[in-house]
Design a protein around this ligand. Structure first.
Ligand code: NAD
Ligand code: TYD
Length: 339
């Protein structure tokens, strides 16, 4: 089996690459990533040593280059992680979100139609459902919850989901979609809440909490997300959407305080800053469907996952220090530039 993973130099995509290489020694894993600011080739350094792994520095919007990869490599399955993923950046400049997240998805699916695949899997997000009120803890996102987006990021992901469903209905493309809650774990780019707070705390820098820090996210350890996608591409039903989440709702402020405590840093580092525009209040996934149909359950409890994550950032200072210095963006050229 040959699996083409897009966005594999990013946070979840790289964790998925390592999960698949570790679990299936007879699979070929191809990675397509154009290495935006969020892609880090040093993350894939170990994978590059594996003969079952191949990397293409390619933009998913580049139709010609994508078709060439399909023509020569003939992937059986495509898992699309490639995306602009940061809500704050989408508020600053939505354009590239529409290009990559919507048009890039279209190019990949056109290639799938042209060359034939057994499955196209779209990695989507719970943010396509909008948000839930804080005073209704009985409400959860199910796969039937209407799409109702808040940010240019979530609107672009929702648009892509609609396109994926249209390609299934109109062209019979064998697709699946997963909508996961917030992930945390290793290789998470330090612009998102958890890695930013860890890195800033380690550097004794202010910890910028938006608004009052009362917004709730449903946190899932990244490896549990990877295992869920692995299950969906092998056993999930074509045309279906699967929500992924572990019933682990936490307020932002409580997460930041846990990080301060674990690193023995004072809570006086916490700084309340201007709230995000259109800030979603609460996300909460109902994962009944993936549990009942595919037997998936999260394995890592938050208390353990956050300790493992903090330890990873302590053990891999070099990884995030080169991101802060900007040096990581030269890594690909330096290591693989003349191949
Ligand atoms: P990320 O920003 O860490 O990584 C994205 C990767 O995609 C990077 O390596 C980047 O270089 C690559 N990329 C971006 N544009 C590209 C393009 N045009 N062509 C080729 N490669 C491109 O993102 P992430 O957090 O790993 O998220 C991966 C996917 O999972 C996204 O689709 C996101 O919407 C979804 N998702 C993320 C979360 C989360 O908590 N991080 C939760 C649910 C769903
Ligand atoms: P983020 O990690 O950007 O994920 P998302 O917005 O996709 O859920 O943010 C998680 C939560 O943390 C969100 O409510 C915004 C908040 N947040 C802060 O309070 N401060 C920060 O510096 C960041 C990046 C996020």
């Amino acid at each position: 089996m040959t699996i083409l993973v897009t966005g594999g130099a990013g946070f979840i995509g790289s964790n998925f690459v390592y999960h698949m290489l570790g679990k299936y020694s007879d699979y070929k894993i191809l990675c397509v990533d154009c290495l935006t600011y969020a892609g880090n080739m040093s993350t894939l350094a170990e994978a590059m040593k594996n003969p079952n792994f191949k990397f293409f520095k390619t933009n998913i919007c580049d139709r010609k280059a994508i078709y060439e990869i399909f023509e020569t490599e003939k992937p059986d399955v495509v898992v699309n992680f490639a995306a602009e993923s940061h809500v704050d950046r989408s508020i600053d400049n939505p354009e590239v979100f529409l290009q990559t997240n919507i048009l890039g998805t279209q190019v990949l699916m056109d290639a799938c139609r042209k060359y034939g695949i057994t499955r196209y899997h779209q990695v989507s997000t719970d943010e396509v459902y909008g948000d839930l009120p804080l005073d209704r803890p009985d409400l959860f996102f199910t796969e039937e919850t209407p799409i109702h987006t808040s940010s240019p990021y979530s609107a672009s992901k929702a648009s892509a989901d609609l396109l994926v469903q249209a390609y299934n209905r109109t062209f019979g493309l064998p697709v699946t979609i997963s909508r996961c809650s917030n992930n945390y774990g290793s290789y998470h780019f330090p612009e998102k809440l958890i890695p930013l707070m860890i890195v800033n705390a380690l550097n004794d820098k202010p910890l910028p909490v938006y608004g009052e820090g009362l917004n709730v996210r449903d946190w899932l350890y990244v490896e549990d997300h990877c295992k869920a996608i692995d299950l969906i591409i092998h056993k999930g039903h074509v045309g279906e959407v699967y929500n992924i989440g572990g019933h682990n709702e936490m307020r932002n402020i409580d997460i930041v305080k846990i990080i301060c405590k674990a690193l023995d840093k004072p809570e006086s580092l916490i700084t309340y800053v201007t709230d995000r525009k259109g800030h979603d209040m609460r996300y909460a996934i109902d994962p009944t469907k993936i549990h009942d149909e595919l037997g998936w359950l999260p394995e890592t409890k938050f208390a353990d996952g956050i300790q493992k994550t903090i330890q990873w950032y302590l053990d891999n200072k070099g990884w995030w220090e080169t991101i802060i210095s900007g040096e990581y963006q030269n890594y690909y050229e330096k290591m693989y530039g003349n191949r």
